[in-house]
Design a protein around this ligand. Structure first.
Ligand code: URA
Length: 214
């Protein structure tokens, strides 16, 4: 493990937060999340996209927020970034079916651009407001490993901005998992134009994901 200045036990940020029911019943939690209006993002989203996967998963993958496809279909990581994540997990020898997959923010944030819905990054307030939902999921699942996919997930977990490019590949203990890995978000690979760089970065991403098996 490289040196990391990250500490995984921060104090809570003071913002109005979502209030999930206090329950260890995942179905009740999921149902309650459907009607969350704690921040304005629900207004333009089709639906809440809650986490999915085995409730006794060893590994939780935490993304940013649902994308266009996820918003329509209601499942996390089923669009282009999800397909890339699937490929990287397969290359890393990690079975996605055994992972619980969720997001730091549960509604799709977007702005219209012609006929398209253009992804917008959630801000720190939206990330903080949504935090109790993934925390409630993790309290139920109690994973051994938590993977922060990109800056938004890392920010949600560490409650401050994290320099993903210098912290990637690091594994630290947090309140949420004995092993918390910081890595990139798969959508950053989709934006690369040079095929060789794309291949190189994909391999690096898969190697980082493989660290969670150790
Ligand atoms: N990007 C994410 O962070 N999460 C998804 O579910 C889809 C794309």
């Amino acid at each position: 493990m490289k040196n990391s200045s990250l500490r995984g036990h921060p104090s809570a940020e003071a913002v109005p937060a979502a209030e999930p029911p206090s329950t260890s019943n995942w179905d009740i939690l999921r149902r309650a999340a459907r009607s969350c209006e704690a921040c304005p993002l629900y207004q333009n989203a089709t639906q809440t996209v809650f986490g999915e996967g085995p409730r006794n998963a060893d590994i939780v993958l935490l993304g940013e927020q649902p994308g266009d496809v996820e918003d329509r279909e209601g499942h996390p990581f089923v669009g282009p970034a999800g397909r890339l994540l699937d490929r990287a997990l397969a290359e890393a020898g990690v079975d996605r079916q055994k992972c619980y997959v969720t997001n730091a923010v549960k509604h799709f944030k977007w702005e219209p651009r012609g006929k398209r819905r253009l992804h917008q990054k959630p801000n720190s307030r939206e990330i903080a407001t949504c935090r109790p939902w993934w925390q409630a999921e993790l309290k139920i699942i109690q994973p051994r490993c938590l993977v922060c996919l990109g800056g938004t997930a890392a920010r949600a977990v560490f409650e401050r901005a994290v320099k993903v490019m210098s912290e990637r590949g690091n594994i630290v203990e947090t309140t949420w998992a004995g092993r918390t890995l910081i890595t990139i978000h798969p959508s950053s690979l989709l934006r690369l134009r040079d095929p060789q760089e794309k291949e190189r970065e994909f391999t690096r991403f898969a190697r980082e994901l493989a660290l969670i098996k150790e």
